[in-house]
Write a protein of this length. Structure first.
Length: 115
């Protein structure tokens, strides 16, 4: 099982980044997919989640209207488009795959929002 995140980096406030998570080794379409983040000294928090077929999506209040989660069950990918980034969005972002039987995590990708 692998979840490989990419797309992180350094961006100025107000800028955009698109994170991507490539999944392999499990039946992607059977899992809800989420993006979490963990800032230095803080607990990991859920940012966005999308149901198996993509019909139900949830966002943290702090990112509503700025972030969008997408999944492609044909390509086994889940992306997070992040716009209007703020310094408080700085964190390591993790991809997560969950169902009632299993819970998988990626290694994380660093997002730094700074001028």
């Amino acid at each position: 099982v692998q979840l490989v995140e990419s797309g992180g980096g350094l961006v100025q406030p107000g800028g955009s980044l698109r994170l991507s998570c490539a999944a392999s080794g499990f039946t992607f379409s059977s899992y809800a997919m989420s993006w979490y983040r963990q800032a230095a000294g803080k607990e990991r928090e859920s940012v966005a989640a999308i149901a198996r077929a993509g019909g139900r999506i949830n966002y943290a209040d702090s990112v509503k209207g700025r972030f969008t989660i997408f999944r492609d069950n044909a390509k086994n990918t889940v992306d997070l488009q992040m716009n209007s980034l703020k310094p408080e969005d700085t964190a390591v972002y993790y991809c997560n795959a969950w169902n009632s039987a299993n819970d998988y995590w990626g290694q994380g990708t660093q997002v730094t929002v700074s001028s």
